[in-house]
Ligand binder design. Structure first.
Ligand SMILES: Cc1cc2nc3c(=O)[nH]c(=O)nc-3n(C[C@H](O)[C@H](O)[C@H](O)COP(=O)(O)OP(=O)(O)OC[C@H]3O[C@@H](n4cnc5c(N)ncnc54)[C@H](O)[C@@H]3O)c2cc1C
Length: 397
């Protein structure tokens, strides 16, 4: 009988979570087959914020230098009232975050993050990457798992020690494991785009992360690529964008008409964006079961997070660190996956709840918005302290 350590782990999905897991397992000496539906990794959606809980894991995987090359550290988080532009509070990020959490609060272009992860994975002989393949079937057999993978030349069967579905919000692996539930449209669309930092409106520092709050909408901006570009995310309510993958809006027009009553610099930020992409936002509770037989789920496949806390990718990275440690230390993969699920569930569900609550608070209308703004104003520099439990997370092993 083959030694279980000889069989590869099969990971479905080469997003942030799947790539981090592949890297974590391979760095621990285990073989991995990474199965990705796309034929190449072209990351859409521009920027991503990587809080210290996530950057700490990547640095632990040897990515300190490439991360420093591609990522920046905004100076401050500045929160403004959308309609007037008045600053409600400003909290330090940059060096302050590093000192407090021993890891940076980064912002990066998603394509750059994906590239450094992919380069690191490719450099390891333990990882075999199969692009242009999608998962068709999963079977538990004796002491292993079998997966039918469909590619351009037909179906191939792979045998592994365990299979991990890191295949995102509409996970096919979850369906094959018996959970065909669909995420619910959240009633909001996130518009994303970038512009040249030279066009930054007066009065807004290009090196800051900005959060603008208004009734039914909010705006986020932060610097990318050495602060040469500014990333903008504008979230607005839109009940009609209910078809998966369809924004239900004219992308060329962008969301500017929804911000007509906002302060001039906010409108100028939107006008500066060169091209918009609209992302309908979906929510789902953490799935009831992540682990079935010799397979489990990770990241958005198990527990998507609304983007109002910038934690979905971070949690996928945390999941990868915990799962790799369990899989390489427990005697049995099924035990390892169950332990991973049990240890992760309370935290990811708390983050999901916090993100939902943020969404509601951000979009409050008169008069509750006034109370919110007073609280934010009083919190001032300590604005991010309430997230210490998120940013201070560390892998146990
Ligand atoms: C507007 C917005 C802003 C956000 N901002 C942030 C942020 O600032 N910080 C943060 O941490 N998070 C953020 N997120 C969340 C973050 O983008 C996701 O949580 C993260 O990408 C999830 O990673 P993942 O690896 O689990 O899944 P994905 O990134 O979705 O990767 C899944 C991969 O699986 C592949 N795949 C899918 N189906 C199959 C199949 N059948 N067979 C093989 N492969 C398959 C896909 O092609 C893809 O490569 C944001 C999300 C949104 C919508």
């Amino acid at each position: 009988m083959p030694d279980p350590a000889d069989r590869p782990f099969l990971i479905v999905g080469a997003g942030i979570g799947g790539l981090t897991l592949a890297l974590s397992l391979a760095r621990r000496g285990r073989d991995v087959v990474l199965i990705e539906r796309r034929t190449a990794l072209e990351e859409e959606g521009a920027g991503i914020q990587l809080s210290p809980n996530a950057s700490r894991v990547l640095i632990g995987l040897g990515l300190a230098k490439p991360l420093a090359r591609i990522a920046g550290e905004p100076d401050r988080l500045v929160v403004r009232r959308g309609r007037t532009g008045a600053i409600l509070a400003a909290a330090p990020l940059g060096g302050s975050m590093r000192r407090r959490f021993g890891a940076p609060y980064c912002v990066a272009h998603r394509a750059d993050l994906q590239m450094i992860l992919l380069d690191a994975v490719r450099a390891l002989p333990q990882v075999r990457i199969l692009f242009g393949r999608s998962i068709e079937a999963i079977r538990s057999v004796d002491d292993a798992v079998e997966a039918d993978i469909k590619g351009a030349t037909g179906i191939e069967t792979l045998t592994g020690e365990a299979l991990i579905g890191a295949d995102g919000l509409h996970s096919r692996v979850a369906v094959l494991l018996g959970d065909a539930s669909e995420p619910a449209f959240h009633g909001h669309v996130a518009w994303r785009g970038t512009f040249d930092a030279a066009r930054m409106p007066e009065g807004i520092a290009a090196g800051d992360t900005g959060l603008w709050l208004g009734p039914g909408a909010h705006l986020v901006h932060y610097p990318l690529r050495g602060a040469s570009r500014i990333n903008v995310v504008a979230v607005v309510g839109n009940k009609s964008a209910e078809t998966p993958g369809s924004p239900g809006e004219d992308e060329a027009a962008g969301p500017a008409d929804r911000f007509e009553a906002w302060a001039r610099p906010a409108r100028a930020l939107l006008d500066a964006v060169e091209a918009w992409r609209a992302w309908p936002l979906y929510d789902r509770a953490s799935r009831k079961r992540w682990t079935v037989g010799r397979a489990t789920l990770l990241g958005d496949a198990a527990h998507p997070v609304l983007p109002f806390l910038a934690q979905g990718g971070a949690l996928a990275i945390e999941d990868a660190a915990v799962l790799a440690a369990e899989l390489t230390s427990a005697d049995h993969s099924v035990t390892a996956m169950k332990r991973y699920e049990a240890s992760r569930r309370p935290r990811v569900e708390r983050v999901q709840r916090t993100a939902r609550r943020n969404g509601r608070t951000y979009h409050l209308g008169f008069p509750l918005d006034l109370a919110r703004d007073i609280v934010i104003g009083r919190t001032g520099e300590r604005l991010t302290d309430r997230y210490d439990w998120i940013y201070g997370w560390m892998p146990e092993r």
